[in-house]
Design a protein around this ligand. Structure first.
Ligand code: HEC
Ligand code: HEC
Length: 268
């Protein structure tokens, strides 16, 4: 009888301590939210141009303005307006060497890029500052990692194969244009092409192909045309293939054996 009363008193003590602790937490939290600077105050001014966009503008004014005009407004007969095309279109065009366009033609050819990827991002930031537009998702790598290759195959056959071919080898289109081969394209390039629809390619906005579906297509295209470049292995270890994987397993195994041997030796 006395023992159970004691136990009950012990519990009440602990509950009381818990209540006091929770109360303290609530007070501290409340004080924090009162005294911490408001989130809105920290939000950058939407009209302020950021440093990346400033650097992008400098590049734009020397390399793009002759065709795309002041503030990306376009010049009739030279280059279209870039207002609202977004950073993804700029990164695609610049990273594939299509822009700055060397000469007018049916289709800007892919060449060696004139800018680094970082500079392409600055240019993109500037064009985004001018008029918004589609940009790349931050988590493309994770999306592709969780992609469904089988689903991607279905989507590719419906949406892409008519121009790029069932095997991704590309093909001729009317009026001197062509859909290029998809061999050797990066995940980013695939995503950007779908999101922005360069030239005669249709735009696949997120309401037509969700980011997840785009990732499925990317996984399928990489499997289709680039598979032989990836030597495989279950954990391809940065795409060096099964030999590195084997080496890693060997090293881990040998280390484990060695440690076990030392441990046994130490015991006896
Ligand atoms: C010699 C003229 C010329 C120069 C220089 C040039 N462009 Fe272009 N650009 C064009 C033409 C013409 C098109 C449309 C035809 C095409 O897409 O092939 C175009 C298309 C684009 C597009 C695609 C627009 C869309 O609707 O998706 C982007 C983005 C772009 N240019 C960015 C740039 C950037 C950034 C630079 C500078 C680094 C640049 N261009 C320099 C002529 C030029
Ligand atoms: C109506 C024809 C057409 C369809 C459908 C089409 N494309 Fe394209 N695609 C093109 C053309 C044309 C270009 C070249 C554009 C340029 O050079 O500016 C292109 C370019 C590309 C590029 C850039 C390749 C490179 O070498 O830089 C990729 C990647 C791409 N397409 C992927 C796709 C995917 C994925 C789909 C399906 C979701 C698709 N395309 C559907 C016509 C098409």
């Amino acid at each position: 009888m006395a023992a159970s009363a004691k136990r009950r008193r012990g519990w009440r003590k602990r509950l009381g301590a818990l209540a006091r602790f929770t109360g303290a937490l609530v007070i501290v939290g409340g004080l924090y939210s009162v005294f911490s600077p408001s989130l809105y105050a920290q939000e950058p001014d939407a009209n302020a141009i950021d440093s990346e966009a400033v650097k992008g503008q400098e590049l734009y004014d020397t390399s793009c303005i002759s065709c795309h005009g002041d503030d990306g407004e376009g010049i009739e007969g030279r280059g279209p307006s870039l207002i609202g095309v977004g950073s993804a279109a700029v990164e695609f065009q610049v990273n594939t060497g299509r822009m700055p366009m060397a000469a007018q033609g049916a289709q800007a050819p892919e060449t060696y890029p004139s800018f680094t990827e970082e500079e392409a991002e600055w240019l993109g930031a500037y064009i985004e500052y001018l008029g918004g537009g589609p940009s790349m998702p931050d988590d493309l790598e994770a999306l592709v990692e969780h992609a469904d290759v089988g689903e991607g195959g279905e989507l590719y056959r419906v949406n892409c194969s008519s121009c790029h071919g069932y095997a991704g080898g590309g093909g001729a289109l009317s009026s001197g244009a062509h859909a290029p081969s998809l061999e050797g394209v990066s995940d980013e390039e695939l995503y950007q092409a779908m999101l922005t629809g360069p030239q005669n390619m249709p735009v696949f906005a997120d309401n037509e192909l969700t980011p997840e579906q785009k990732a499925d297509i990317i996984a399928y295209v990489q499997y289709l045309v680039n598979d032989d470049k990836d030597p495989g292995g279950v954990f391809a270890l940065g795409r060096y293939g099964p030999s590195t994987e084997g080496l890693a397993i060997f090293l881990v195994g040998m280390t484990a054996l060695l440690l076990t041997t030392l441990w046994i030796a130490g015991k006896s």
